[in-house]
Design a protein around this ligand. Structure first.
Ligand code: PLP
Length: 383
């Protein structure tokens, strides 16, 4: 099997599991307990926080461990919006992950916020003039993802954050897909909040984090024992935090070597698929895209049928985001990019990891060619 769905999730790395193991077994303590078992857990949590802060180049107090990317996005948006008295207006894009879009929708329905979805162009890049025009005196928070999970387009987040700051507006970015691929230095990006998820990086599902710049007021979502400096109550997931920190460190350490290889493999896959499959269209930006993302539409076929055909040939990938998979709705990302719904329904996404080889890329290209042919010929047999 060739697994090309790393944007959906990744396997837990051995080094990560080994780092976590002591905190699941002999050092299982509650980090809030005042005895030696608790002390060991507390120290491990502190160490994990320091390691994460070193990668993000932020202060340790700016790292809030969460249960994953969805919680980090919800905490950032609801937390900043509800704590910030500037007004009731949020600026975002229509191509954000559901965690952001649905959190905005909640703020609109229950708290009277107005949401501006700044349009994107055909490559999925935000329209800068429309973004600048959307910023208002009553805008409470801006949120634009660093890299899109479906089509891989990377947004100019540093520039967007700067424009928001010029108007005194805090800026959040969902960087869940960017770990190991782009720099996560929060200070260089100039953002006030940044979400990450462990399971996209070789840590287990159920752990993630929110970077939140000091002095940005936040209303917690979870009330209780006051853990994470009162910003996220609940007994700390010590082993999860340790695993997350190890995975993030490894991803960052390997990034410089991994990215050129991933880009070469991605470009070879794109070239091969466009050459071998008549009518295939690359989705997303040709250059400003994640190094491991190759997404296509295959007009005249069906994305789900191609997936099935590919799986029979040993290739595992997805028809967009894992959340949208299985639903008949065309991808909201592709629709926002102006792709007609019937073409959006033919989307297939390949997301590579750094262990991919040239042979595997060649095998994938052959499988895509054969899968597309099989789907087209089946369409003639079964109209
Ligand atoms: N944001 C983006 C861009 C994602 O791709 C995902 C997961 O697919 C999430 C947020 C949600 O993260 P989690 O699965 O950790 O809740």
């Amino acid at each position: 099997m060739i697994y090309l769905d790393n944007a959906a999730t990744t396997p837990v790395r051995r080094e990560v599991l080994e780092a976590m193991w002591p905190y699941l077994t002999q050092d299982f303590g509650n980090a809030s307990s005042h005895h030696s078992v608790g002390d060991r857990a507390r120290l491990a949590l502190k160490d994990a926080r320091e390691r994460v802060a070193a990668v993000l180049r932020c202060k340790t107090g700016e790292v809030i461990f969460t249960s994953g990317g969805t919680e980090a996005d919800n905490l950032a948006l609801k937390g900043i919006a509800l704590a910030n008295p500037r007004g009731r207006h949020i600026v975002t894009t229509p191509i954000e992950h559901e965690a952001v879009l649905a959190a905005c929708d909640y703020l609109q329905r229950h708290h009277g916020f107005e949401i501006t979805h700044v349009p994107v162009d055909a490559y999925g890049s935000i329209r800068m003039e429309a973004y600048a025009a959307a910023l208002r005196a009553d805008t409470t928070v801006c949120t634009v993802m660093l890299a899109n999970n479906e089509v891989g387009t990377v947004q100019p987040v540093a520039e967007l954050a700067k424009l928001a700051h010029g108007r005194g507006i805090p800026f959040h970015t969902d960087a869940v897909q960017a770990g190991g691929a782009l720099s996560l230095e929060a200070t260089a990006l100039g953002v006030d909040a940044l979400s990450l998820s462990g399971h996209k990086l070789g840590a287990p599902k159920g752990v993630g984090m929110l970077f939140l710049k000091s002095r940005v007021p936040i209303e917690p979502l979870l009330h209780g024992g006051g853990q994470e400096r009162g910003r996220r109550s609940g007994t700390e997931n010590v082993a999860g935090a340790v695993g997350f920190a190890r995975a993030l460190e490894l991803a960052e350490a390997e990034r410089a070597a991994a990215v050129p290889h991933l880009m070469a493999m991605r470009d070879e896959l794109i070239r091969g698929v466009l050459a071998e499959v008549p009518g295939a269209i690359l989705s997303g930006h040709p250059k400003e895209r994640l190094p491991g993302n190759a997404s296509f539409c295959f007009p005249g076929t069906s994305g789900e049928s191609i997936l099935l055909q590919l799986e029979e040939r040993g290739i595992v990938c997805s028809s967009g985001s894992a959340c949208a998979a299985g639903s008949d709705e065309p991808s909201h990302v592709l629709v926002a990019m102006g792709v007609p719904p019937e073409v959006a329904q033919t989307a297939v996404r390949f997301t590579l990891n750094s262990s991919i080889t040239a042979e595997q890329v060649a095998e994938t290209v052959r499988a895509v060619r054969d899968a597309a042919r099989a789907v087209v010929s089946l369409r003639f047999v079964i109209p």
